[in-house]
Design a protein around this ligand. Sequence first.
Ligand code: TRP
Length: 333
Amino acid sequence: MKQLENKKTLYSGVQPSGNITIGNYIGAIRQFTLLSDQYNCLFCVVDLHALTVRQIPAELRRNTLELFALYIAAGLDPQKNIIYCQSHVPEHAELTWILNCFTYMGELSRMTQFKDKSARNQDNLNAGLFTYPVLMASDILLYQTSLVPVGEDQRQHLEITRDIAERFNNIYGNVFVVPEAYIPKETSKILSLSDPLRKMSKSEPDGAVFLLDNADDIRRKIRRAVTDSDAEIRIDIENKPGVSNLLQIYSAFSGESTDEAIGRFEGQGYGQLKKGVADAVIAGVEPIQKRYQELIADKGMLHQQMMNNAERARQIAARTLRKVYKKVGLYQG
Ligand code: TRP
């Protein structure tokens, strides 16, 4: 507990919607392992958020356990960090109700993600989709979080989280730490192999390499990566986004700088470059996959770690929730 008092808290949440890409790994999970000494880190599998779109129950259950295992396989330590599942800590749902009463319809209607999702989900425009950001604010605020690493698309949700926290603090005193977004620089972004103007995303599987893809699939996807016709190997994001992206992927997995990578592949064809990139990615994901297979083979152990981490999260969350209940005047005996 001493640790908890002098380090700041970092919080991240990921939806259990299947497969993690090498872009998620490089841009997020691997960064977390580097930050995990400096901060108390919590990594949450946000299964309650996933329910805002219709799920197949068995798949949601499987994806939840798999994401938990993948976090650990990719290097996050369930002893040092807290890796847990949102629905195992009922305080998330409880704080959401309270914060719903401190969030305005108007501000929720302005959320671009809500506007996008409601345009795409006309047949299931549920209230959860509307209050999604309040649940996210609860995730973050329960743990007195200082830093939230997210993609650019979540910036607005961080802003509303800060607004809710400040609004509450203004009425009741300093109950919540007001968190900051931590949005890594553009340069660390891995782009789609089939459309290198867009981010690599699981919703576009042909352009994405997944952390659990086998070696053949990785080679095939990288071999088909979109490049250009001038055959020169250099970084030029604007005119040569595909080749630049391949060099960046190579560099991220090999540990060489992009300059070193250019030196290595200069004068060779794109075929050689792609082979080099595939080799580096395969070598990088192999130990993660091996560890993942070991973990997922022992579901009992994995389950136990999950329960144990949920208990640790709950101790922190319960403290904040108790304080909130008291402040707003709920009779607590
Ligand atoms: N909404 C986030 C996303 O789609 C996921 C998320 C839920 C989250 N709760 C969070 C991210 C808390 C950071 C902190 O990416």
